[in-house]
Design a protein around this ligand. Sequence first.
Ligand code: NAD
Length: 520
Amino acid sequence: MTADTSRMIQSINPATLEVNAEIQSTAPGDIPGIFEQARTAQRKWGALSVRKRLDCLMAGKEFLLANTDEYARIITLDNGKTLLESLAAEIYPVLDMYRFIATDGARALRGEKLNNPIFPIARIESGNVFEPVGVAGIISPWNYPFAIPMTQILAALLAGNAVVLKPSNLTAWVGDAIGRLFRESRLPDGLLQILQGSGSVLGNAMMDARPDKVVFTGSVPVGKQLMARAAETLIPITLELGGKDPFIVLPDADIDRAAAAAVWGAFVNAGQTCASVERVYVHNSVAQRFINKVVEKTRALRVGNGLEHTTDMGPLISEDRITLVEKHVADARAKGAEIATGGDRILTFGGYFYQPTVILNANHSMECMREETFGPTLPIMEFSGIDEAVELANDSDYGLTASVWTKDAARAKKIARRIHTGVVTINNCLITYGFAQAPWGGVKESGIGRTHSVHGLLEYTSIKNITTHRSMLSHDIWWHPYSEAKYSGLKAAFDALFCEGMSCKAGGVLSLLKNFKLLK
Ligand code: NAD
């Protein structure tokens, strides 16, 4: 295919606004054919054993390990995050997902045998098999342009599906590098295809092509639109949406560690992380100590080009993101917050930079405490009692992750159970995304379903129950003809099977034996 230059997408380095690369975009009219190829490829792939699929997929891990520096560099240039973040938060979760699919993931797909006390008596065998759904449409965002689609693709392919991926047009170059990784690992032609271009243009064409499953990671409004489209033909959909993740510091927390984590969790990837620390609640007895340390550590952050190993925080992805951060900071200022450090964009570097910003005296009337900021802000609010902190954490339309900071693990676990989110970490934040065996996903407007883990893997499957009856009887007791004796016999069988008390159980067995002939 010759490149049509009128349909090229530019990969822009958000640190310098230079063009990194140009990527051919997909014409919406090509999408039906792309899905057709994917369906053809899936039929063969889905018929392979899990072991054979795995042999093919694992070649990608070797390729990634051999080309880690190049992939980290592409991610940094395309997205802006620092090289260390590309390594730790993008490539590491993918490597761990390779480990997962080769172990727990492959095991889970073996299926499961079911047990029931009636099975041996009735000579029944029953089990579940996990079949591929067909072609999975994966739509992913720009903020983790490698880890998010890669971990989802690996699970979908292991489960026997084909994948049509729509990466964000803001990180099309990373999307292209994902395609290369799978080509290098000799995935069968057509099994993974990549649609490049704007979501609003390609999204409809993709849904018209009727994927058998959609996994969308992105904003709440687009997630709702896609769910409405999916409902038209009942396409199963997993939604990984936004977050407003609370960070609760109890009086007995290790304040040094909590402050360092709050700063890292709020400013990693310039705050553009669905699970980033979006709002802090600190107990008033330790608030001043915590705030002093947070402000000191934030001031020490070195903002710059992510390619420099000395940079702690890179740029934001676009002008739109800076505009939203400015709006939240202005709103907080107008409502009485104090900006302890930061609070402005940085013009000297040329790219989309904003200062890491700590907002004090925050409260729930402010946008920065209620809406996803998705930028480098760290709003802090004080509380005086645990119930109040839990209430504040739950006072949100979102429910993705939360963290609790205390030396009392038992107490923290009780608090964790009261917080309405998909993930709670104790004395850490964000890390579970890097553990492929931990389910990832939220409640409320943070989404529906899970990715990662066996739970996420099975979302790419259709569960089929296969039951075999080896009875030689001419008919089962509950079949025709019906009679009062059969009714009594069945009732006696219920007592024999389900009564907890011995006398009731024994009565059931006796009555069953007495009526046995009548049951035939
Ligand atoms: P977005 O919703 O604008 O875009 C996400 C993807 O959807 C992109 O590929 C985009 O091109 C595509 N898209 C846009 N409109 C579409 C349409 N009408 N039909 C189909 N596809 C369409 O989100 P974004 O700005 O790329 O990402 C930021 C959001 O993603 C934040 O809210 C963040 O919290 C969320 N996010 C969630 C998770 C999670 O795991 N829960 C992870 C990362 C990001």
